[in-house]
Design a protein around this ligand. Structure first.
Ligand SMILES: Cc1ncc(COP(=O)(O)O)c(C=O)c1O
Length: 355
């Protein structure tokens, strides 16, 4: 085991610096998880941050005042808040487009465009962006691509191999896996980009603590076992929900009639452990949330326990109601991040709550 090194600073023998000189710049416990994410994603260097949002913000520090960024219309509410409230304040303009539509992405490129930010599957509407196609377009036009790979993890989707430049994770989710830590990760395949991210990580300082590095490295060791079990539970729940009379649309890449299925499986090896569904009646949401006994009702995902989120009021509360409506995020939508419980227990509970 790599120990938890709480040291904030390191002895410089005879005044000479060693491999580690100050913990914000480098720490052996952190180095372990940074090497792990780089290895898993096929990157040359990795970076660990205090939260997923710190990873998003630090990666977007690659942009400077006057630059323009293209981003998906439908993305995690916290990233949306950062892109709409923080980046413009720093002089970075952002255009939101449907990144599933390659022509729309191409049409949004301006002379000042420097990067395209992506999320696929998108959260919570499961829109699928063709990563190879967007990355190729970006390369051709000299733009960087950044992808939030939180939903898939490197077990199911390895974006650097598809041409993406920067891969970001909220490691609070599947990589940590136990809902007991907040962490963010980023990795790149190109050494110069790595050097720039390393500079920002040290300059900004939102690094992951040594104890949380220990928790995260322990979580990563069981990612495959957890995610495969959760993914199987998600498949069973999605299929059964699709046949339930109280349920309207079920959004899950593993369903045979899922619209982005072909694109998704051309770039990912599994459907993942998250699904969304809409109730036919919005008025059925409060009773559902009251009656459920097993899932944790909370704005998160990726834990060993099933987590159910009412996206309208929780994960996407930062988005104005009009924007949610325009994007098709309905108040009747619920997201489930399947855990590793016995699926029959989960289904029994969902059925009684939907009755
Ligand atoms: C897809 C996605 N990206 C980023 C984040 C932000 O991560 P954190 O909450 O660790 O800051 C989240 C959090 O829910 C998320 O779901």
């Amino acid at each position: 085991m790599v120990p938890i090194y709480p040291a904030s600073t390191y002895h410089h023998p005879g005044g000479q610096p060693c491999e580690f000189d100050y913990s914000r710049s480098g720490n052996p416990s952190r180095q372990q998880v940074e090497e792990a994410i780089a290895l898993l994603e096929g990157g040359c260097s990795g970076f660990a941050y205090a939260t997923g949002m710190a990873a998003v913000g630090s990666a977007l520090a690659l942009l400077k005042s006057g630059d323009h960024l293209i981003a998906p219309e439908d993305l995690y509410g916290g990233s949306w808040r950062y892109l709409t409230r923080v980046l413009p304040q720093n002089g970075v303009a952002v255009s939101f487009v449907d990144t599933c539509d390659l022509e729309a992405v191409a049409a949004a490129i301006r002379p000042a465009t420097r990067a395209i930010f992506l999320e696929t599957p998108s959260n919570p509407l499961f829109k699928i962006t063709d990563l190879r196609a967007v990355a190729a377009l970006a390369r051709e036009r000299g733009l960087l691509t950044l992808l939030d790979n939180t939903f898939m993890t490197p077990l199911l989707q390895r974006p650097l191999e598809l041409g993406v430049d920067v891969v970001i994770h909220s490691a609070t989710k599947f990589l940590g896996g136990h809902s007991d830590l907040m962490a963010g990760l980023a990795t790149v395949a190109e050494p110069e980009l790595g050097r720039r991210l390393k500079f920002f990580q040290n300059a900004f300082g939102a690094v992951l603590s040594p104890f949380d590095c220990f928790l995260l490295s322990r979580g990563i060791k069981t990612l495959k076992l957890r995610l495969e079990a959760s993914q199987e539970n998600a498949r069973v729940l999605a299929e059964r929900l699709a046949g339930h009379p109280a349920v309207g649309r079920v959004l899950y890449p593993g369903l045979p009639d899922f619209p982005g299925r072909e694109t998704h499986f051309a770039q990912a090896s599994g459907a993942g452990a998250i699904l969304s569904f809409e109730l036919k009646e919005t008025s059925a949401i409060p009773p559902l949330l009251r009656r459920l006994k097993l899932p944790i009702i909370a704005p998160s995902l990726g834990g060993v326990e099933t987590i159910l989120t009412h996206c309208w009021s929780m994960s996407h509360a930062a988005l104005p109601a009009a924007d949610k409506q325009r994007l098709g995020l309905r108040e009747s939508l619920v997201r489930i991040s399947a855990g590793i419980e016995d699926v029959e227990d989960l289904w029994e509970d969902l059925e009684q709550a939907l009755a």
